[in-house]
Design a protein around this ligand. Structure first.
Ligand code: NAD
Ligand code: DAO
Ligand code: ZN
Length: 385
C-alpha cells in the first residue's frame, strides 16, 4: 500500500571514491520492516573504513551510514513495536527477543548482544523478506545495497523492525542522541559491560577518537583512579584530559621503546584494564601487554582491516591476562538504547553529548565531513538532512 519515495542519498559507487549525492528510490517497507526519515546522521570511522575498501563484507554500490536518528515514516505488515511519527535510532546491531515469536539464541543469552535474526541479510546488504535491497538508483533503476542494516546516508531508509530503538523522551534532541547509535554507546559499554571496570582501577585507552574518549568518560564514571590516554596525535592530549584522563602517552615520543613498556613503568606493573580503540593489530598487542600480570584485561574495540591478525606470546595469557572484544559495547541494542537516552537526559553535564560533536554540516557536505575524519580533526560531525 505504501508508495516508493524518491529522495537524496549519498551513494558509495566504488571503494575509495567520493560519495555522490543522487536521487534514489526507496521502496515501501515490507513485512517486518520500517521506513525511517533520517533527520541527523553522524560519520563513524567504520564508514570511512568501508569506503576505503577495508571491509570484506562491504558491497558496492551502497548507502553507508549507521549512526543516526530519525522519524518513522511508515511500517510494513506485522510491525508492532513502532509506528509512523515515532522518533527512533536505527541500530546496526539488532535485538529480537522481546518482539520475535522465535527469538535467536544470542538475544536469549545474557552474555551476548549479537542478535542473529537478520544478520545474514544485513551482511549481504539486502532485506530479509525478499533478499533484495529497498534502494534503487532513480536514473536507471539499478540496485543499491544497504550497509550494516542501517544505511543512514539517505533522506529515507528501510530497516528491519528488530533494528529500531525508540526515543521515548520527547525532549531528547535527535541531533545529539544520534551518537548513541554507535561510537559513544560502544565506548561506554566496553568499560561498563565488557570489561566491568571497578572503582580504584587503572586504565589505558589507546586511540582517542569518540570511541576512546567515551571509554575515558565511562572509566571516570566507574571510579578509575588512573586513566592513561594513548594517541599518536599530540592534539588529543588536551581533550583527553578534559574527558578525565590523568596521563597522556604519545607512542611516537619514545623511539626504540614499545608503548607497553612505557605504561608498565608508569603504573608499576601494568594497568588493570586497557581498551584498543584504533583498529591496528600492533596497537592491540601493546594494549594487551600493558596489562597487569595476574588479572589485567584488554578489550579490543577497534575494527582492524580484513585479513590482518593479532599476535602475542601465549605466556602473556598463561600469566593471567585476558584478551576480549566488544561489538556495540555489549549492549542489547533495542532495549538498551532507550535507557542510554534516558541516562543522557537525566545526567546533566555529566552525560552531555555536546563534547563529542566538533562539527556540524549539511548532508550535501558529506565528502568534506569524510575529509575531516581522515585528517584527525574531528570527533563527530553531525549532518543535518
Ligand atoms: P577515530 O579515527 O576518530 O579515532 C582513532 C584515534 O586513534 C585517532 O585519534 C588517531 O589519532 C588514533 N591513532 C591512530 N593510530 C594510532 C596508534 N598507532 N596509536 C595510538 N593512537 C592511534 O575513530 P573512532 O570513530 O573513535 O573509532 C575507533 C575505532 O573503533 C575504529 O576502528 C572503529 O571502526 C571502531 N569501532 C568499533 C565499534 C565496535 O562496536 N567494536 C563501534 C564503533 C567503532
Ligand atoms: O556477526 O553477529 C555478528 C555481529 C556482526 C557485527 C559486529 C559489529 C562489530 C563492530 C562494527 C563497527 C561498529 C560500527
Ligand atoms: Zn536476536
Amino acid at each position: 500500500e505504501g508508495k516508493p519515495i524518491t529522495c537524496k542519498a549519498a551513494v558509495a559507487f566504488a571503494p575509495k571514491q567520493p560519495l555522490e549525492v543522487v536521487d534514489v528510490v526507496v521502496a515501501p517497507p515490507q513485512a517486518g520492516e520500517v521506513r525511517i526519515k533520517i533527520m541527523f546522521t553522524a560519520l563513524c570511522h567504520t564508514d570511512a573504513y568501508t569506503l576505503d575498501g577495508f571491509d570484506s563484507e562491504g558491497k558496492f554500490p551502497c548507502v553507508l551510514g549507521h549512526e543516526a536518528a530519525g522519524v518513522v515514516e511508515s511500517v510494513g505488515s506485522g510491525v508492532t513495536s513502532c509506528k509512523p511519527g515515532d522518533r527512533v535510532i536505527p541500530c546496526y546491531q539488532a535485538y529480537c527477543a522481546d518482539i520475535s515469536e522465535n527469538p535467536c539464541e544470542h538475544c536469549l543469552h545474557p552474555k551476548s548482544n549479537l542478535c542473529q535474526a537478520v544478520r545474514a541479510w544485513t551482511g549481504r546488504g539486502v532485506m530479509k523478506t525478499d533478499e533484495k535491497p529497498r534502494f534503487t538508483l532513480a536514473r536507471d533503476g539499478s540496485e543499491i545495497f544497504h550497509f550494516m542494516g542501517t544505511s543512514t546516508f539517505s533522506e529515507y531508509t528501510v530497516v528491519h523492525e528488530v533494528a529500531v530503538a525508540k526515543v521515548n523522551n520527547d525532549a531528547a534532541p535527535l541531533d545529539k542522541v544520534c551518537l548513541l547509535g554507535c561510537g559513544v554507546s560502544t565506548g561506554w559499554g566496553a568499560v561498563h559491560n565488557t570489561a566491568g571496570v571497578e572503582a580504584g582501577s587503572t586504565v589505558a585507552v589507546f586511540g582517542l577518537g569518540a570511541v576512546g574518549l567515551a571509554c575515558i568518560e565511562a572509566a571516570v564514571e566507574a571510579g578509575a583512579r588512573q586513566i592513561i590516554g594513548v594517541d599518536t596525535n599530540d592534539e588529543k592530549e588536551a581533550i583527553a584530559r578534559q574527558f578525565g584522563a590523568t596521563d597522556f602517552v604519545n607512542p611516537t615520543k619514545f623511539p626504540g621503546k614499545d608503548t607497553q613498556s612505557v605504561i608498565v613503568e608508569m603504573t608499576n606493573g601494568g594497568v588493570d584494564y586497557s581498551f584498543e580503540c584504533v583498529g591496528n593489530v600492533n596497537v592491540m598487542r601493546s594494549a594487551l601487554e600493558c596489562c597487569r600480570k595476574g588479572w589485567g584485561t584488554s578489550v579490543i574495540v577497534g575494527v582492524a582491516a580484513a585479513g590482518t591478525e593479532i599476535s602475542t606470546r601465549p605466556f602473556q595469557l598463561v600469566t593471567g591476562r585476558t584478551w576480549k572484544g566488544t561489538a556495540f559495547g555489549g549492549y542489547k541494542s533495542r532495549v538498551a538504547v532507550p535507557k542510554l537516552v534516558e541516562k543522557v537526559m537525566s545526567g546533566g553535564d555529566k552525560a552531555n553529548l555536546d563534547k563529542y560533536i566538533t562539527h556540524r554540516m549539511k548532508f550535501e557536505q558529506i565528502n568534506e565531513a569524510f575529509d575531516l575524519l581522515h585528517a584527525g580533526k574531528c570527533l563527530r560531525c553531525v549532518l543535518s538532512m
